[in-house]
Design a binder for this molecule. Structure first.
Ligand code: FES
Length: 148
């Protein structure tokens, strides 16, 4: 079987079983390794990408599920001044080890697209990704900075 979908704005075709996790299809087949493997059970958020603009955990999503849809990875986001999330992350030195941060940024970008001025409660309820370095306070501050 094959699965055709949009990946970072370009049409791509994955040749393989429909039930391969999207994370592995993107990392192994398309060599986009910014999205990380953490838990593999949908708990940590390291694998977060956007599916039609919504943050999704791709270690538990079959690639067949995205047929005909739009997937965006961290590599598909702008890195210049047009992206306030990247700017805020840099200005506030958010990452420590950095492993979870692409997932954090993808979850944040999706949140701000739906809620441009989130409260602390909105952030805590929506950004449920895990960070072993416990950068949560800086993440919250960066989300508020990006929202300004
Ligand atoms: Fe997907 Fe943890 S690796 S949620």
């Amino acid at each position: 079987m094959s699965v055709t979908f949009s990946l970072n704005g370009k049409p791509v075709t994955f040749d393989g079983p429909d039930d391969v996790p999207l994370l592995w299809a993107v990392r192994e087949h398309f060599s986009l390794t910014g999205s990380k493997f953490g838990c593999g059970i949908g708990m940590c958020g390291a694998c977060t990408m956007h599916l039609d603009g919504a943050a999704v955990r791709t270690c538990v999503m079959a690639v067949g599920h995205v047929r005909g849809r739009a997937v965006t990875t961290i590599e598909g986001l702008p890195t210049d001044e047009t992206n306030p999330v990247h700017q805020a992350w840099n200005e506030l030195d958010v990452p420590q080890c950095g492993y979870c941060q692409s997932g954090m940024i993808m979850a944040t970008t999706s949140l701000l697209a739906r809620n441009p001025n989130p409260t602390d409660q909105d952030i805590d309820q929506t950004i449920t990704n895990l960070c072993r370095c416990a950068t949560y306070i800086r993440i919250r501050a960066a989300i508020h900075a990006a929202a300004r």
